[in-house]
Ligand binder design. Structure first.
Ligand SMILES: [Zn+2]
Ligand SMILES: [Zn+2]
Length: 254
């Protein structure tokens, strides 16, 4: 009989979200589980668990919620940002609903604050490995596979350029941004010639003081990135997978 009772108790625990004999936040969230899904089972479970662990009656919930994309507006690209080792695309937007404040007994729904709140969106690639928290800043950090382009859905030229961002700087933020943006807009193989590269002065030699207009003339040791002959190809045939670098031509070009 004891085991039967404990069986009944565990079934009750499965059905009930908690043991609270009052209406807690977990119960309120649980009523709403049927009304949303991220369409990813594990992500749903993760969000639900944060909601089911809040047994407060009248405190602002700290739980996460699934926010559908159509609750955001004014979405504007604000550029790429560095998060840890990764470069990600950032956007700003307004969130129509705002944050949950507390339960409203009259409407039997959450009362919200900060409607139309300005929020930052980070575009994460398709593959999310996990989530962690920085113990110092308390920031939540998403761990993701950053090697796939959201636009192309494979590792395109823009990604190859992006991987190299740490390895050069012009010393001027505006120039860096400009050069990086030209590189990030290059997705197809036949577009690499549109990208600008930062060429350090030490990669040029024989700089004559001959004036060509106001330009100086020199030889560029590396040569420009090869331009693909197969312009319809989606595969990067000017990316050398063995060397993990660009194929170049016209070495020592003027
Ligand atoms: Zn509870
Ligand atoms: Zn791409």
């Amino acid at each position: 009989m004891d085991s039967f009772n404990s069986f009944i108790k565990s079934v009750k625990e499965l059905i009930k979200s908690c043991d609270c004999d009052y209406e807690c936040n977990a119960k309120r969230f649980k009523q709403n589980f049927k009304n949303w899904t991220s369409e990813n089972y594990y992500l749903d479970k993760f969000i639900q668990d944060t909601q089911l662990s809040d047994h407060n009656y009248n405190f602002r919930p700290q739980a996460l919620e699934w926010i559908t994309y159509d609750r955001l507006y004014n979405i504007k690209y604000t550029g790429h940002r560095k998060y840890g080792e990764n470069w990600v695309d950032a956007y700003r937007a307004n969130w129509i609903d705002g944050c949950i404040y507390r339960w409203d007994n009259n409407s039997q729904n959450w009362e919200r604050n900060d409607q139309n709140l300005f929020v930052t969106l980070i575009a994460v690639s398709h593959k999310v490995y996990g989530i962690t928290q920085n113990p110092e800043t308390k920031d939540y950090v998403i761990i993701l596979d950053n090697d796939i382009c959201l636009e192309c859905e494979y590792t395109c030229n823009a990604i190859h350029f992006r991987r190299n961002f740490e390895n050069w700087t012009s010393g001027n933020n505006d120039i860096d941004e400009f050069v990086k943006n030209t590189q990030l807009s290059v997705h197809k193989v036949n577009e690499t010639s549109y990208a600008i590269e930062w060429i350090p002065y030490d990669r040029l030699y024989d700089i004559y003081n001959e004036e060509f207009g106001k330009m100086r003339r020199g030889n560029w040791i590396d040569g420009h990135i090869s331009i693909s002959e197969n312009s319809s190809s989606k595969l990067s045939d000017n990316w050398d997978n063995n060397n993990q670098n660009w194929k170049r031509e016209n070495q020592n070009m003027f």
